[in-house]
Write a protein that binds this ligand. Structure first.
Ligand code: CTP
Ligand code: MG
Length: 272
């Protein structure tokens, strides 16, 4: 009888180099306080708590001293939990924490992370720091799909709203409303996509090597890693995400995240 597939050596790239314009806090979003800690600290604890990573690679705004200090404090926190382990990425050890300078776009930040992965890395998950409250179960679902042989896997949620396509209104219609509906998408086939997104490492490197040549317009249209893998023609699998994985983007999202932390269900509660 065949033995169970071996879990690949796994790194998690946490992208935290964005400026947080839509949150409007006047500071990089990763630094914004959430329940007494920073958004980044919550995100890093979620990754570490899942236990799937031999390396956690964090992309921060270049030279940001406060985020550097937050990452270093997190590294010390990990070591304090497991004082008996050397922290060199061996199995059962605490993960190695690597900090890299992020880029001008999310994809550039991912590429900076990819360039800093340990040579033994076989699988990589890319996670938005802004999804600070992602439950450990979601990391496990993504990781399990990679172990089962997926080259690419994403966590998704059903879409609750009806989704329509529109175009700007032209001519006389512009006096009535700014946009005209052009169609209605079949909701049962739609999914809202979250992170962490997991990949066999060579597949993600290949996808990002292709994207590095994009012009500015194409680069601006890249909103996740899986779409780059789709362009290679590689199948992308989908597992269940979680509503707590919301991306903290606007002030309303921050209020919801604070509510989740204070709520009776506990922050890492997972439905279903
Ligand atoms: N990100 C990054 N490097 C960039 C841009 C984004 O690492 N150059 C990261 C963000 O830190 C975030 C994730 O990608 O964790 C998703 O991006 P988003 O929610 O858009 O964050 P920001 O770009 O910071 O926010 P905004 O677009 O409102 O400025
Ligand atoms: Mg952004």
């Amino acid at each position: 009888m065949d033995s169970a597939p071996k879990t690949p050596v796994t790194a998690v790239i946490v992208v935290a180099a964005g400026s947080g314009q839509r949150l409007g806090y006047g500071m990089p979003k990763a630094k914004v306080p959430l329940g007494g800690d920073s958004i980044l600290t919550h995100a890093l604890r979620g990754v570490a708590g899942s236990g799937i990573a031999q390396q956690i690679c964090v992309a921060i705004p270049p030279g940001d001293p406060e985020l550097l200090a937050l990452c270093e404090a997190f590294t010390q926190e990990l070591k304090a939990e497991r004082p008996d382990t050397p922290g060199d990425g061996e199995a059962g050890d605490v993960p190695v924490v690597t900090i890299v300078d992020g880029g001008a776009t999310r994809a550039e930040s991912v590429r900076a992370g990819l360039a800093a992965l340990l040579p033994a890395t076989e699988a990589v998950l890319v996670h938005d720091a802004a999804r600070a409250l992602t439950p450990e179960a979601v990391f496990h679902r993504v990781s399990r799909a990679l172990t089962a042989g997926a080259l690419a896997v994403i966590p998704v949620m059903p879409v609750v709203d009806t989704v329509k396509t529109v175009q700007p209104t032209s001519g006389d219609g512009a006096a009535i409303a700014p946009e005209l509906v052009t169609g209605t998408a079949a909701r049962e086939t739609l999914r809202a996509v979250q992170t962490p997104q997991g990949f066999e490492v060579a597949t993600l490197r290949r996808a990002h090597a292709a994207a590095a040549a994009f012009d500015a317009g194409q680069a601006a249209a890249v909103t996740d890693d899986a779409m780059l893998v789709e362009l290679l023609g590689v199948p992308v699998h989908a597992v269940r995400g979680a509503s707590q994985s919301l991306k903290i983007t606007t002030p309303l999202d921050l209020i919801i995240a604070e509510g989740l932390l204070e709520g009776p269900l506990g922050v890492r509660w997972v439905e279903g």
